[in-house]
Design a protein around this ligand. Structure first.
Ligand code: GLA
Length: 309
């Protein structure tokens, strides 16, 4: 007899990071947003169901989050609108979706931390908590200002006039094959260029929030450009191909600014554009572009509010 007992569902969004790159694992402030591309998971405690996932390395992630939560998520089906390698954190969305399905009563912060540990365990990459936190606790209409040192956060309204565009550079990489851990160690050791990026980037996050609160889009764009230069020259996580695309985006009509997003070493580019100027951006960069808007995180409703950052 068919029984639905024990069947669970989870759903979580991908994320963008507006600004605050390579500072989360140093306890800095970051400004990501959950976005309207989701991963959905369904699971049944039946060994007959195989894991079906197109998220790269999906099985390792499922095993790792199961170990973190003390549950074995057997028989899991994964459906995702988030292309792997798109820069929208498909892996964080998968982990948070599973956590929200298996332990919906969990505190969003605890869930984000469990998902961060699972990601580290599955990949060996010492990632920070930003991606999982945004997927768990982002809010529609808002960016999430997160202090990664204290895990205090607050929502910052995101203007309707802006679209968030994510450009695929076409240079794909698995984080485990990049010098991510090395950059982290260099920054932790206080290597001067790395440190200069971290300090200036944290200052830019605060300036960006200020500009958002004033609807000063030109300033937002200039901060993205400064962030890119810092990631390129001081943190050295860009590539010549990405630099060229970023400069094409800067020149596109309706584009306020753009920068390499996420871990870097290829990957994706974030651009903030005037609503309706997607075609001009696509024509300028000649690469696939995903235009997205802000969304609720998987644990957002259950964890209403947030504490002041
Ligand atoms: C990846 C990691 C995050 C963060 C960014 C860089 O996305 O998962 O924790 O460190 O890189 O800002």
């Amino acid at each position: 007899m068919e029984s639905n007992a024990g069947t669970w569902h989870g759903r979580a969004p991908g994320r963008v990071n507006l600004i605050g790159e390579h500072v989360d694992y140093l306890g800095g402030v970051v400004l990501p947003a959950a976005v309207n591309r989701h991963t959905e998971v369904t699971g049944r405690p039946s060994a007959e169901w195989a894991v079906e996932s197109r998220v790269k390395g999906g099985v390792a992630y499922l095993r790792a989050i199961g170990e973190e939560l003390g549950v074995q998520p057997q028989g899991v089906r994964v459906r995702s609108e988030i292309p792997s390698g798109s820069g929208l954190s498909s892996s964080a969305a998968l982990l948070v979706a599973v956590a929200s399905g298996l332990k919906p009563e969990m505190d969003g912060r605890e869930a984000a931390l469990a998902c961060q540990r699972a990601e580290q365990r599955a990949t060996g990459v010492q990632v920070g908590v930003m991606d999982q936190f945004a997927s768990a606790l982002g809010r529609r209409g808002h960016a999430l200002l997160l202090d990664c040192g204290t895990l205090e956060y607050r929502m910052v309204p995101f203007p309707d006039e802006l679209d968030i565009a994510v450009i695929d550079s076409g240079e794909h990489r698995s984080l485990a094959r990049t010098p991510y851990n090395q950059r982290r160690r260099e920054a932790e050791a206080g290597q001067p260029n790395r440190r200069r990026h971290v300090d200036s980037e944290i200052a830019r996050v605060h300036a960006f929030v200020d500009a958002l609160e004033r609807d000063d889009f030109t300033r937002l764009g200039n901060l993205l450009k400064e962030s890119h230069r810092s990631l390129r020259d001081d943190f050295e996580v860009s590539t010549p191909h990405v630099d060229a695309l970023v400069e094409k985006a800067w020149a596109a009509k309706g584009c306020f600014g753009a920068r390499i997003m996420g871990a870097g070493f290829g990957g994706s580019i974030l651009a903030l554009i005037e609503r309706g100027s997607e075609a001009a951006l696509k024509a300028a960069v000649e690469q696939p572009v995903i235009v997205c808007s802000t969304a609720d995180g998987a644990f957002a409703r259950a964890n209403e509010g947030g504490r002041a950052a």
